[in-house]
Design a binder for this molecule. Structure first.
Ligand code: AMP
Ligand code: MG
Length: 306
């Protein structure tokens, strides 16, 4: 208990939270100016993001219905855009992902964290890149103006990203740096950058003419801070969704109703992504481990005190 109290009382939290508050204000302002509407996050749902890496399920039962604690807003973002009057939406959403304890020292993983989860209708990945580039530039500018004193106290010199952020193909980096290309590219970079084309969840669009090519992407922080955002253009056709769920051995049962919506041709064509807030604050404040930017750390495999 003493260690948890000392952690809460650590002097640097006041500076870190000032930086986080400024960053959140900048993001909300940028959304508002770009007419992206905010919806409130959903915490319980029969269907949620299946995720493509090992983790434990977080489930509750309520009046006989099995509900998951949501791992992202992907399903709800797509469904929100069924509304004809809404074409740009975001959620500031807490996610519960009971990650494997082996990620304890990654410096990047919590088992509860927050994403700003964004989705646009009838737009392409190029449109989304431009939007996110603008959001990061606006946020960095605002934080460095508002939080000069705090950044100095934290010993952090925040560099303004040069736009447009560079876009790499995963194959190109793999050929250059080998299978640990994400890590190496992040360590070598001075500015955030995009990487496109990763094989992952069923909902990221695979090119029909070029099987094995995925219209998805990540943003990476430089200086070795690693992944910042993941997203993609999405699948909307029922048969493609089912094929990809089968290939990934995803249990289709929780997605029965979602698949019915898809079979009626109602899933809109969308593009989007989610940016981890704590990871962004860790980068902005130059902290070594993500635990340092939260007063109540949820580090994989560690006991929760408060
Ligand atoms: P994903 O779509 O699964 O990549 O999640 C979107 C973003 O959320 C990632 O790019 C990270 O910035 C952040 N994120 C994902 N998992 C975690 C985690 N366990 N702890 C902290 N941030 C995370
Ligand atoms: Mg990711």
């Amino acid at each position: 208990m003493q260690a948890a109290i000392s952690h809460i009382r650590a002097e640097e939290h006041s500076n870190i939270l000032r930086v986080q508050s400024a960053a959140l204000k900048a993001i909300h302002d940028y959304m508002y100016e770009n007419r992206v509407v905010q919806a409130m996050p959903i915490i319980l749902s029969p269907a949620t993001d299946p995720l493509n890496h090992h983790h434990f399920d977080a489930k509750v039962e309520y009046y006989g219905q099995k509900l998951n604690l949501t791992k992202s807003m992907i399903i709800h973002k797509q469904l929100s855009l069924l509304n004809d009057g809404i074409d740009r939406i975001y959620f500031m959403s807490p996610n519960v992902r009971l990650e494997d304890a082996k990620l304890r020292d990654s410096g990047r993983h919590l088992f509860e964290f927050t994403q700003v989860d964004i989705e646009f209708k009838n737009k392409s990945k190029g449109d989304f890149f431009k939007f996110v580039d603008g959001m990061l530039a606006h946020t960095f500018k605002f934080v460095s103006k508002e939080c000069a004193k705090e950044l100095e106290a934290l010993g952090r010199d925040l560099r303004m990203p040069k736009l447009p952020l560079r876009v790499y193909e995963s194959e190109e980096l793999m050929a250059e740096y080998g299978k640990d290309f994400e890590k190496t590219a992040s360590e070598k970079a001075k500015d955030p950058f995009w990487i496109t084309n990763f094989r992952r969840e069923f909902y990221d669009r695979e090119d029909k003419q070029r099987k094995g090519y995925f219209h998805n992407y990540d943003v990476f922080w430089p200086e070795g801070y690693g992944e910042a955002l993941s997203g993609g253009e999405r699948e909307w056709e029922h048969d493609e969704i089912v094929r990809k769920m089968r290939e990934r051995k995803t249990d289709t049962k929780p997605f029965d109703t979602y698949l019915k919506v898809a079979s009626q041709g109602l899933i809109p064509k969308t593009v989007g992504g989610g940016l981890g807030i704590e990871r962004m604050v860790r980068f902005m404040t130059g902290r070594k481990h993500i635990r340092e930017v939260t007063m109540f750390p949820r580090v994989p495999g560690e006991e929760i005190i408060f």
